[in-house]
Design a protein. Structure first.
Length: 54
């Protein structure tokens, strides 16, 4: 994995972790979370992102 791919993967994972915490605290809705997740998949194009998302 090259440096750029690693950075994109790390940014994606951290961003989604924070979004899941917001969802758990009911600061965002399920729809908002899924819309955000889809946008972040497009933005970061993570290596393993597809493995963790539903």
């Amino acid at each position: 994995m090259d440096k750029k791919t690693f950075q994109q993967e790390a940014a994606f994972q951290v961003t989604l972790h924070l979004a899941r915490k917001m969802l758990a605290k009911k600061l965002i809705t399920e729809k908002e979370y899924h819309d955000f997740e889809r946008d972040m998949l497009r933005r970061y194009q993570p290596f393993s992102g597809d493995l963790f998302t539903c």
